[in-house]
Design a protein around this ligand. Structure first.
Ligand code: GUN
Length: 298
């Protein structure tokens, strides 16, 4: 029985944030202003409020300007789009993130499409997704880019490896598959209708699980030595009455006896998302200000 190496996303993210902070200070010296990130939150979803607070805090800690826009749950589509247009035109704003999901009466896609591609630090506009599909440089969604960084740090070249991405969301699954394809992996996108999922996963040198089903991926689905990236964050009842705990989409205890390396939950992929958001904001700031980015270690 092997024991997988634990991929420490928390430490990697801290290191990335430190590099972003150095880059942000250099940007401020050259551009005469801080790089700026605007985050828009509509309504009072408690999980979204926590994310938005953490984004604002980490943006300031990295030496960038944070602009938070909190709108009431009954905000109209027209008012939300008017805010996005104002942020598009604001020279102090380099990145715009509209926190998803939006309340049901708002058309998410229509709102995202109004974000200037130059400020699309979430990589969700048709321009960004199209450029990714074309293999052109552009802003890439934060979570899958964070997963790719962890994979390359662990494995070096990914060329020729078999990768299975479980999940086809626009935030994770689809862009993850495009990124792995660009690294010359042989990519399979599996989803809820995939037949013989365990068999499909067993082929993979790289497994990225992003389905939102607690501990769905079992140890005997894995090829021995596979690298497993667990994007899931699921809250489940804990052994102790009334308590909850976080688990991923992978049965960590079982899988870590078979995998070569695996991300834990929490402390794996989760901390990477905001770190990459800060990195994307700094990249966008350089482009928007016409300042060359010195350090391609970002
Ligand atoms: N909600 C959960 N994750 C994300 C994300 O990466 N970006 C946005 N905009 N909303 C989210």
């Amino acid at each position: 029985m092997t024991t997988a190496a634990i991929i420490d996303g928390k430490a990697f993210a801290a290191d990335l944030r430190a590099r972003v902070a150095v880059g942000a200070a250099a940007f401020e010296r050259q551009a005469g202003r801080k790089a700026g990130l605007a985050v828009v939150l509509v309504g009072e979803d408690p999980a979204s409020q926590v994310y938005v607070r953490n984004k604002g805090k980490q943006t300031v800690e990295a030496g960038m300007a944070s602009f938070e826009h909190k709108l009431p749950a009954d905000t109209t589509q027209a008012d939300l789009i008017a805010l996005v247009e104002r942020l598009n035109a604001d020279p102090l704003v380099d990145g715009i993130l509209v926190q998803l999901p939006l309340p049901g009466h708002l058309d998410e896609q229509a709102v995202v499409e109004r974000i200037s591609p130059d400020k699309d630090v979430d990589g969700l506009t048709p321009t960004s997704t199209g450029r990714l599909a074309l293999g052109l440089p552009g802003l890439v969604p934060c979570t899958p880019l964070g997963c790719l960084m962890l994979l390359k740090d662990r494995l070096g070249s990914l060329s020729g490896l078999d990768a299975v991405v479980i999940g086809r969301s626009i935030l994770v699954g689809k862009p993850m598959a495009q990124l792995l394809l660009a690294e010359s992996c042989t990519v399979t996108i599996a989803h809820s209708r995939t037949q013989n999922l365990p068999e499909v996963v067993r082929r993979a040198d790289i497994v990225v699980a992003a389905v939102g089903r607690p501990e769905m991926v079992k140890a005997d689905w894995l090829k021995p030595g596979a690298t497993v990236i667990d994007v899931g964050i699921n809250r489940v009842p804990a052994a102790e009455e009334g308590k909850t705990r976080l688990v991923g989409d992978v049965d960590f205890a079982g899988a870590s006896a078979v995998a070569g390396a695996i991300t834990p939950v929490p402390g794996g992929v989760g901390p990477m998302t905001i770190a990459v958001l800060l990195r994307n904001t700094l990249v966008a700031a350089h482009r928007n200000a016409g300042v060359a980015l010195e350090d391609d270690a970002l």
